[in-house]
Design a protein around this ligand. Structure first.
Ligand SMILES: Nc1nc2c(ncn2[C@@H]2O[C@H](COP(=O)(O)OP(=O)(O)OP(=O)(O)O)[C@@H](O)[C@H]2O)c(=O)[nH]1
Ligand SMILES: [Mg+2]
Length: 274
């Protein structure tokens, strides 16, 4: 895993230029299903119609060149590093090696024919490294809050992890995921007895809930495909919104009218055009 030290947390042209090509098994042509309808960011069957049309017509603006930042937080040893390593490298290490500060992995996808990259930031759960790790929280488009399905205290601590991560981020612009790991270590009966508690926490946070196992790989790919798809969808919708407001701004300039409608849209114009 690449060490993050000395590397800016912002996407850079340098990183874009050294990206490997999109792997065949990272091509997403349909919106993957949510894990639980009780705690999902949305339960539509497919991508938003506007997003599908924009992709078909190649009107996705800068999305194809963007790298979206995703941070992974949660208590020590809940399985954050194993989750990322299972998805990115298809490996699992049963020995615990604490993350020191942060690491990151880059994953390239192709969603509805458009290239899309995620930068996955793996942060340290140990208290003594929290200070370094939290300096990398800023600018996240998605936050994955991880807990261990066999350790109920780690579920309770997720609220604090979310609060800390949100201090550095804009709540209206970030997608939240709550992930329970080590599903292989609990019986189906234990799982059923506790799942509602986790779903309640996810609903309270307005997060999408997933339960996974990095040892067996259960739900890991499905989960990251969902993260990539929903982050992509949000990016395209934001891009369309931006281009619509630019178009309204153009009308203001040409017609030079002072009607209420245009007066409102004029506020959206960038300073340089006023
Ligand atoms: N059985 C099982 N063990 C797991 C799973 N995921 C992680 N582990 C084990 O849990 C321990 C901690 O995993 P890590 O991924 O290093 O935990 P972490 O959250 O990154 O820990 P920090 O870096 O200290 O914050 C390791 O011994 C892993 O092998 C899983 O899905 N199933
Ligand atoms: Mg780790």
């Amino acid at each position: 895993m690449k060490k993050a030290s000395g590397i800016s947390s912002e996407p850079s042209a340098f990183i874009m230029s050294v990206l490997p090509p999109v792997r065949k098994d990272r091509i997403i042509s349909q919106l993957p299903k949510c894990f639980s309808k009780g705690a999902a960011l949305h339960t539509e069957d497919g991508f938003h119609a506007k997003v599908k049309t924009a992709c078909q017509e190649q009107r996705t603006g800068t999305v194809g060149f963007k790298i979206s930042k995703v941070i992974v937080v949660g208590d020590l040893a809940v399985g954050k590093t194993c989750l990322i390593n299972r998805f990115c490298k298809d490996v699992f290490d049963k020995n615990y090696k604490a993350t020191i500060g942060v690491d990151f992995e880059m994953e390239r996808f192709e969603v509805l024919g458009v290239p899309f990259s995620l930068q996955l930031w793996d942060t340290a759960g140990q208290e003594r490294f929290k200070c370094i790790a939290s300096t990398y929280y800023r600018g996240a488009q998605a936050i994955i809050i991880v807990f261990d399905l066999t350790d109920v205290a780690s579920l309770h601590h997720t609220r604090q992890w979310l609060e800390d991560a949100m201090k550095e981020n804009d709540p209206t612009n970030v997608l939240l995921f709550l992930v329970g790991t080590k599903k292989d270590l609990i019986s189906p009966a234990q799982y059923s007895a506790n799942v509602q508690d986790a779903i309640n926490v996810a609903q309270e946070m307005k997060a999408e809930y997933w339960a996974v196992s990095s040892l067996s790989g259960e739900n890991v790919k499905e989960f990251f495909f969902r993260v990539a798809s929903l982050t992509f969808e949000a990016n395209v919708l934001a891009e369309l919104e931006k281009s619509n407001s630019r178009r309204i701004g153009d009308v203001v300039k040409i017609s030079n009218t002072t009607s209420n409608l245009y007066a409102t849209s004029k506020k959206k114009q960038p300073n340089c055009c006023q």
